[in-house]
Design a protein around this ligand. Structure first.
Ligand code: 5GP
Length: 116
């Protein structure tokens, strides 16, 4: 059975979140524990446990998730400076909320990904 996560509760407005974008398929809100000056989570409204659980039929939704993050970056004026998008998947990937989501991080130099 699909898991009911904290993000589902945010989508149902049962718990508050600082929502910065929403459309028919996607909601985006600020991370409660930001890892950068800008840290927004883009979440599909369709229940998908994580990237590993996404199917071929979710390809367009995955694309829209990334494009929604890019559009937000342009709207907020930090696209030219740059940003990072991350999806954590399962235990070794550091996933803690098992509803698929994309992290958008920006607002400061983020360093080389994976650099020591
Ligand atoms: P993950 O580790 O699964 O890739 O990312 C989950 C993220 O959700 C974490 O960065 C965590 O800070 C964030 N998070 C967990 N609970 C809440 C919450 O109740 N509200 C918000 N806005 N973010 C949350």
């Amino acid at each position: 059975m699909a898991e009911d996560t904290i993000f589902h509760r945010i989508m149902r407005r049962e718990i508050p979140a600082d929502v910065v974008y929403e459309d028919e398929d996607i909601i985006a809100f600020r991370n409660v524990a930001p890892q950068a000056p800008v840290h927004v989570l883009f979440v599909p409204k369709k229940t998908i446990r994580g990237l590993d659980a996404a199917a071929e039929e979710d390809a367009a939704l995955l694309g829209r998730l990334a494009l929604a993050a890019a559009a937000y970056a342009r709207r907020e004026g930090f696209a030219d400076k740059g940003y990072r998008v991350v999806m954590n998947c399962n235990e070794d990937g550091g996933q803690t909320v098992f509803q698929m989501h994309l992290h958008l991080l920006a607002g400061a130099p983020l360093g080389r990904f994976g650099a020591a």
